[in-house]
Every structure is written in structure tokens, then in C-alpha cells.
Ligand binder design. Structure first.
Ligand code: ADP
Length: 467
């Protein structure tokens, strides 16, 4: 798989990027920062809900505990404001494919903002009195996903500092003590005890470092496996391309001598070498038919190989009205369907339907789908063609009421040479290449193909193309 520009790592990186980055690609970092922002909106909503909850009148009188709703409101407000700013920043960064350094800084900034907000919430909820500190742990996990081992270690220590800050400042008397419990019920003023304060801080250090160590190890292994899989996939794709090229070359080499054989057979059959006895003529006719089939297969193989190596970038797509192309293929298909009494019902609104496409490819695609629908229809059957214009999309549906496709074969029918058993009985001479060609053409046009089918009742192929 060729690396797209956005996947290429920037050659020149600042010390910050070198120290903090985990070997992620710019796109991966950008996805993570968007995910982080989306998650923060949920946290913001929870804070506002928390404020509402804290405003409710207490259930018991006197209340067991009292939470100051203003802390929730302030933290929710800060989160909303910072997230609004981050959304705008993320848009700019996503547009820049080489923003790795900036993305590293951006993610660090987001983590620091969350630390500060959590620290404030911890203070407002009485520090040691509630388990709110647990909320720091997801950030430690995220650090190991975002950053290098060394950088996530440093940021874990920053987290420890923020988590311990409220109780330390309370202990040092810099901040007034906030408690959610009624002062008279408080068994012990924890913030004035050095032993409790220091064991509490040591507990935080231990919990955060254990979390960093365990999750960091796991994410490093996962990232390594992901990279190994990517490499293996690239190798497989390269081998597949090489295999296709060899097939293409071999098939090309077969084509010329085969065309010569075919023309000799036709020369014999058409009597240019003198009249043939009846028996010999029958044999030559059969050879002629087989030659036609083989030539068709050779052309399909070459066509498919060419399509496989093509990309949307190196394919000449131009603004094309697909309606005349579809209408012409329908006319041709009517002629093919006539001998078997298969009718084609199409009600098309003929207003231009412009898409970026290759006329030749579109013809091949419609022709294959229509021929299949006719081939696998019962005698005197009907094939319906509809075209639906959607917002920025056009959907073409070709529906028949024929033999249908077994459910277990629905995934496989787009593979080259695959033919389901019921189809082989119905149409013994086909090659099993048509849908493989269709799939490649749809891919080249940035579209999608879906199939719905019921065995014995018919099939529906729906192609959607960007308009
Ligand atoms: P073929 O030349 O064999 O039709 P395709 O690649 O076009 O090759 O189709 C692959 C297989 O998909 C067919 O052999 C058949 O089993 C199934 N198939 C495709 N279109 C239809 C259809 N309209 N109805 C039933 N089966 C179909």
C-alpha cells in the first residue's frame, strides 16, 4: 500500500516531537485528538449534571454530606470553553498533514488542562473524602497511548503533582480546607495530619506509576503488533501486485498467438481453404466457439489486471452524464434478453446525471450487471432498473427475479473466477470475472456496491457513486 502524503512522517521534527511521540502517524495523532475532544464534551455534560444534582435539596436532614455545586459549574464551564477552543485548533491542525510537532504539543496541552480541571474538582469535592481522584487514571492510560514511554512517564509525574496539589496546599494552609462533610461529623481533620497527607500522596504516586507501567507495556506491545501487521500487509500487497503483473504479462503473450489461431480457424470455417466435409466443419465450428470464449477470458483477465493496478489518481475520470451510457446498455441488454423473453423495465428520469467517471468503465459495469441479471433470470422474467439521485450521490439498482444467490456466497461473488453452483448449472459458459471487474470499477470511482439476494427469488445489485 503506497503511503499517502498524510501518512508520511515529517522529516524535521522539533525536540518536543522527538521526545514525546510514540511512533504514531500524523493521521493517528489527529484522530486521537478528535476523540479526546469528543470525550471531553461528555465530561463537560457530566459536570453540568453534577451541578444540577448538587443543587437538589438533600434527601436527609441533616444532610450526610454537602457538595458545593459551584465547583461543578466552574469545571464544566472551563471544560466547555477549552474544548470549544480545542475544536477550532484541531480543525487547523487536521488540515496540516505535517503537523506532528504541533499535534504533540496540542495533546499535551489538552492533558494539562484536564489535570488542572480535575485538580480543581478534587479540591471542591473534599480531596481525600471522595474517590474523584480515580478520574486521573484514564488520563494516565491515554498518555501511554499518545506519547512515548519517557514522555508519558514525565506527564504521569505531572499528573501526580496535580492530583496531590489540593491536599498539599490545604496541608500547608495556602488554600482553605474544603470538606463535603459537616465539620461536627468529621472524625479527624485529615489535612492537618502529616502522616495522612504523606501516605495519601504516596498512595497516589504508587497507583499512578503502577497504572503507567502496566498499561504502557501493553500499549507498546499492541503498537508493535500493529506495525508488524501493517508491514506484513504491505508485503502481501506487493506480492499480489507482482503476481498480477506476471499474470498480465503471460496473458498478453498468450493473446497474440491465440488471435492468430482464431483467425486460422475462421479461415478454415468460412471455406477459404476449400470446402470441408460435414464432420470436420462441425469440429471447426466448436473450435471457433471455444476460441471466442477463451479470447473473452483473456480480455477479461487483462482488463481486470489493468483495473487492479489503476488508482483514482491515475485514471482519467471526467464529468460524465451516466444516463445515456446506462440507457445504451439497457438497449443492448434488451436484445440479449429477447431470445429468452426476459424484459427490462426501466423508468429513468433523463435529466442529466453528472458524475466524475470514465465512460468506458461505466459501460463495462452496467453491461456486466445487466447481463448477469438476464442470464440468471428465469424464462419470461423481468429485470428492473432504477436510478435514484441522492444528496451528492447517485444510486443505480438492477433487480432481477431469477435464481438468486446462496447467502454463504454473497461475499465471494466479487472474487475473480468464483461461480456459485446454481449459476454454473444455469449458465455453464461464463467466466466468473464480471463482478470482479465491476467491483474494481466501483472502487476506482469512489463508490460502493451492495447486493441483496434471496435464493430462488432474485437478486438486487445497488451501486452508489459520488455525484
Ligand atoms: P459470471 O460470468 O459467472 O456471471 P460474475 O463475476 O458476473 O461471473 O458473477 C459471479 C457469480 O455471481 C455468478 O457465477 C453467480 O453465481 C453470481 N451472480 C452474479 N449476478 C447474479 C444474479 N443477478 N443472480 C444470481 N447470481 C448472480
Amino acid at each position: 500500500m503506497a503511503a499517502s502524503p498524510s501518512l508520511i512522517d515529517t522529516p524535521r521534527q522539533s525536540w518536543h516531537a522527538r521526545v514525546c511521540e510514540k511512533g504514531l502517524r500524523t493521521t493517528e495523532m489527529s484522530e486521537r485528538s478528535w476523540w479526546f475532544i469528543r470525550t471531553r464534551w461528555n465530561a463537560t455534560a457530566l459536570c453540568f449534571l453534577g451541578a444540577l444534582w448538587a443543587m437538589l435539596p438533600p434527601v436527609r436532614d441533616p444532610p450526610l454530606f454537602m457538595v458545593d455545586y459551584r465547583f461543578f459549574l466552574i469545571v464544566g464551564g472551563l471544560l466547555a470553553a477549552s474544548n470549544h477552543l480545542y475544536t477550532r485548533m484541531a480543525r487547523n491542525l487536521t488540515a496540516d498533514p505535517h503537523a506532528k510537532t504541533r499535534l504533540c504539543r496540542f495533546l499535551s496541552l489538552q492533558v494539562l488542562t484536564d489535570y488542572a480541571n480535575l485538580s480543581l474538582l478534587t479540591y471542591g469535592l473534599g480531596g481525600i473524602e471522595t474517590p474523584i481522584l480515580i478520574l486521573f487514571l484514564p488520563h494516565i492510560i491515554l498518555l501511554t497511548l499518545f506519547f512515548s514511554r519517557a514522555y508519558s512517564f514525565i506527564m504521569t509525574w505531572v499528573g501526580i503533582l496535580f492530583a496531590s496539589l489540593p491536599i498539599l496546599l490545604e496541608y500547608l494552609g495556602i488554600l482553605p480546607v474544603v470538606s463535603i462533610f459537616d465539620a461536627t461529623r468529621k472524625m479527624i481533620d485529615v489535612t492537618s495530619s502529616l502522616v495522612i497527607t504523606s501516605s495519601y500522596v504516596l498512595g497516589i504516586i504508587a497507583a499512578f506509576l503502577i497504572c503507567w507501567y502496566l498499561v504502557g507495556g501493553i500499549t507498546a506491545i499492541l503498537l508493535l503488533r500493529e506495525r508488524q501487521l501493517e508491514l506484513a500487509l504491505q508485503q502481501l500487497q506487493r506480492l499480489d501486485r507482482e503476481k498480477s503483473q506476471i499474470t498480465l504479462r503471460a496473458t498478453h503473450e498468450l493473446k497474440a498467438p491465440f488471435a492468430a489461431i482464431k483467425s486460422y480457424v475462421y479461415t478454415l470455417r468460412d471455406g477459404y481453404c476449400g470446402p470441408l466435409p460435414d464432420k470436420a466443419r462441425q469440429v471447426v465450428d466448436r473450435i471457433g466457439e471455444r476460441c471466442d470464449l477463451l479470447m473473452e477470458k483473456i480480455s477479461d483477465i487483462i482488463h481486470l489486471s489493468n483495473l487492479r493496478t489503476a488508482t483514482p489518481a491515475n485514471t482519467a475520470l471526467s464529468e460524465t452524464d451516466l444516463l445515456p451510457i446506462l440507457a445504451k446498455e439497457i438497449d443492448d441488454a434488451r436484445l440479449i434478453g429477447e431470445p429468452r423473453g426476459v424484459r427490462i423495465l426501466a423508468s429513468l428520469d433523463m435529466a442529466p446525471c453528472l458524475i466524475q467517471a470514465s465512460k468506458e468503465h461505466l459501460s463495462t459495469m452496467f453491461s456486466n450487471l445487466l447481463r448477469n441479471a438476464i442470464s440468471y433470470s428465469h424464462l419470461e422474467g423481468a429485470v428492473e432498473v432504477t436510478l435514484e439521485r441522492r444528496d451528492r450521490q447517485v444510486a443505480i439498482q438492477i433487480r432481477d427475479h431469477g435464481i438468486g444467490i446462496p447467502t454463504e456466497h454473497l461475499e465471494k461473488i466479487f472474487e475473480e473466477h468464483f461461480r456459485s453452483n446454481n449459476a454454473v448449472r444455469f449458465n455453464p459458459n461464463s467466466s466468473g470475472m464480471g463482478l470482479a471487474l465491476v467491483r474494481e470499477i466501483v472502487r476506482l470511482h469512489g463508490g460502493q456496491i451492495r447486493v441483496k439476494s434471496e435464493l430462488g427469488a432474485g437478486s438486487r445489485f445497488i451501486v452508489t457513486l459520488p455525484a
